[in-house]
Design a protein. Structure first.
Length: 415
């Protein structure tokens, strides 16, 4: 009886049956460096048997760093484990709940949509619809599919004239990365409203395609129930929900940096394109791929600018020298804005292996020449829970980076 009851309780928590929001009072976040195979195997086992631990990145290889959320009842165990394995650790966050509480401004009434707070899927969609209604000659919206829970999957296009080179941006494919959609909406607003000459050059001479919220079910769950949620919300079995949508695309699927374990945060799905959100995005991209010269995938955190490919043993793209040149110029422009330093390079070399990602898919399947991943602020002080007062600075430096990116891409003949 106790076993059955335990299963029911775990299922309710995992499936999100309770509307109560999870709290993380006194939980600590540690950065851990994996240097040996023994450390790697032990942490992989711990991820599969967490007992309260939560991994912000999956342990997929040696010579990588990851962040582990440690609950109070595991402080002593984590210390013992660190000593036994000779782990190099650094305390990132003393009290995770305090960081969550400080993420958003305190206000008694909801402000008009803007960039001093984070918004729900419905609020983002309402703003997109309003933008299209107010700018019908240059903006058009579309619904390219449905999420598992039945939410619209929406895209928006900005175009001043036919025949422009295309730039595609997708954001919030990982649910907890709220800064990604906030930055994407700010960018579109600037492209529509700014009088700055460099911004207007981008707006008028390039077509822009935005997916603001690629994973609306996950984003909703991360706002209502569990701030740490990363995946989609389609049940896999009685205990595990969701797949990592950025490991679910059908290009070199499950060839490194992804998990076959359903409860893992990097679970790649039972099959490639098992998630309706990823299949719908792929189908949508196929309709515009011949128009796309540049593709950006917005993520957080770490301050990285990453180039393909990410899977194990992947070759560098034939234009890798150009990719690194563009990345260097972009990173310099970002740093010149507020001093924010980005590390750039091949994703598998600079960060860790991944497979089944959007960028690898768009470049590998459709031949998009310039596919890049932005990993936004910060480097660990708040992790995924970036305070809302950093939305605009993050977006401003990103825009300056993109201005420099496009200029260098034009110099090299890509647009």
């Amino acid at each position: 009886m106790w076993f059955k009851l335990t299963l029911l309780l775990v299922a309710a928590i995992t499936w999100g049956g309770s509307a109560e929001q999870a709290r993380f009072d006194n939980y600590r976040v540690y950065e851990v460096s994996i240097e040996t195979e023994r450390q790697l195997k032990t942490l992989q086992h711990l991820e599969l048997n967490p007992d309260g631990y939560s991994f912000w990145e999956s342990p997929v290889q040696t010579n990588m760093r990851l962040s582990i959320v440690v609950p109070p009842h595991k402080f002593a165990h984590f210390e013992e484990l660190s000593v036994a394995l000779a782990l190099k650790t650094r305390l990132q966050i003393e009290d995770f709940q305090k960081v969550i509480d400080n993420e958003r401004p305190m206000r008694s009434t909801r402000a008009t949509f803007g960039w001093t707070d984070y918004y729900t899927v419905d609020e983002i969609y309402a703003w997109m619809d309003q933008m299209v209604a107010q700018n019908p000659t240059i903006l058009s919206g579309s619904v390219y599919g449905k999420s598992f829970e039945g939410r619209d999957l929406k895209a928006i296009k900005l175009s001043h004239k036919a025949g422009n080179p295309g730039i595609f941006i997708e954001a919030n494919i990982h649910a907890r990365e709220w800064i990604s959609s906030a930055t994407a909406t700010w960018l579109l607003n600037e492209l529509v409203t700014s009088s700055n000459a460099a911004v207007q050059n981008l707006a008028q001479n390039y077509d822009w395609y935005f997916i603001m919220v690629a994973n609306p079910d996950g984003l909703t769950y991360s706002k209502t129930t569990n701030r740490q949620w990363r995946k989609t919300r389609q049940p896999v079995n009685a205990l595990c929900v969701g797949a990592d949508p950025n490991r679910n695309f059908d290009y070199m699927w499950m060839t490194g940096g992804a998990s076959s374990v359903p409860c893992s945060d990097t679970f790649a799905g039972l099959t490639a394109f098992s998630e309706p959100e990823t299949k719908a995005m792929a189908d949508y991209y196929a309709t515009i791929a011949d128009k796309i010269n540049i593709q950006f995938s917005f993520h957080s955190y770490g301050q990285y600018l990453l180039t393909p490919f990410g899977f194990s043993g992947a070759p560098l793209p034939s234009n890798n020298a150009d990719l690194q040149r563009i990345a260097a110029v972009t990173a310099a422009a970002i740093e010149a804005t507020y001093g924010t330093r980005y590390t750039y390079g091949n994703s598998a070399s600079v960060l860790y292996t991944t497979s089944g990602s959007t960028v690898d898919y768009f470049v590998g399947v459709h031949g998009t020449k310039l596919g890049f991943t932005f990993e936004f602020r910060d480097t660990g002080a708040t992790g995924f829970v970036l305070p809302a007062n950093q939305i605009i600075p993050n977006a401003e430096e990103t825009l300056n980076g993109i201005i420099a990116f496009v200029a260098e891409a034009k110099t090299l003949g890509y647009v």
